[in-house]
Design a protein. Sequence first.
Length: 494
Amino acid sequence: MSNNPLNLDEAAEWAGLWWLPDGHGERISGILRYDPEDGLALELVGAFEDRITSNPAPGKTVCHEGIRTWDVIYGAAQQREITLLGCVPTSGMRARSARVMSPDRQTVRATTAIIGAHVGGEEDTVFSAAELSVEDLGRWAASSVFEASYGAPEGKLDGTGSITVKPVEAQTVVVEGTEYRLSHTHTLPFFDQRKGGATARMRETVSVRVTPAEPFSFSAALEAASMVQDLIALAMHRAAGVIWLQLEVAGTESVLPDGRLMPCRRADVLYPFAALGKHDAKAIDHHQVLFTCELLPFEEVVPRWCEAHNRLQAATNMILGLRYAPARFIENNLLTAVGAAEALHRGLGVDEKPFPKEEFSAMRDAMLGQIPEEHRSRFKAAIRNDPTLRERLHDLAKRPDEKAIALLVPDVAHWAKRTARARNDLAHEGRAQSHSFEELIAIVEVTTAIVILNLLYELGLTPERQRMIVQENPQLRATAQTSRDWLRAPGFDS
């Protein structure tokens, strides 16, 4: 890891020269500015040609509507190569007829900045490894280089104590040729002497390094980072922002005169991830964590998550989307939560057909025989041998620990019935007219929790831990209470 990776929650700027890949040596001065809220903006003293033109005849140029955009812009600033991806000019001032000639000005917005390398595009396979830090990664790792002790002879604190540093061995696992490494690094002791006192401090950083067997692209690096981010978000039961991401540039190793091998050059990435991490924010309380590496060791959970993430990606994206960017309206959240449950059920491969294939085909043919020819294709598309939504919800409730489900949703039948009714009313009638606002909230929260428990079950979380998180996690405990209040049939005896 670089000594000072660029944190995504901190503003920065680079003054240098900028050019297009086919710019024929033309370089323009400018300043690249990054703001966590506003993104990337390149302010040029000069301008790239952004008009869309054609030459229908010799000596004749025609300008068309619209503006030119660029996939890539290169830069050199502060002794580092810079690549900007997804570039769009947003403003400019050209001196075409002025009393005093002066440089043009142009502002270009970019989606991504790679600080430390020139890359041909998102699919250019020039990187050998990716390393990132995510919010609460240290909490999830359940280990630290720091240990503290207090002087307490005869049970009374005497004012003495110590903080010691003991390196933590990196944990490594290989999944289908890709190595995942969980690492701890720390700074040297620093003494901050002030006029009114002194502070001594060290800082620990936990990161995950992903090293595929072959060089990979920027887009592949984003996929790897997203997979790690999603795992931590699931474990923390909340959005987990990326704090920083660095990429190693393949083939840039070097050997010093004394024979020591210098590692590959590092490039920092500035990119609008689903959530940007705040590196100095307070860590999550341990009661809110669903699992850590102490409960599911790193070398076990990563392979399981890689497999589950690929197989259940649609459901994972939808359910974690409720953590990263919940909709403002309950109807959107209802469709997302129930859609995640359906996608999860399909991804788990537990779809049992209601009727044997041959028997269903015979019944369908018999029914279609009673339908006029002009309407037959429409009816045929509507007749499917698939489980109903209510049946899918029942199936999902049967997979995790039985006692954990009973704690979360005592009346599974009523929850499944009301959830299916709410989704169908909303999808087919335009509104869930037979449900109160409070009941819809309960449906969203309980359905989300059922999906999460299924994901935890897929990762191998023990039945005891499943019960514990329903009882101890504040959000799941509140969801269980909401279920008892709004999703029990009249007269149901839990």
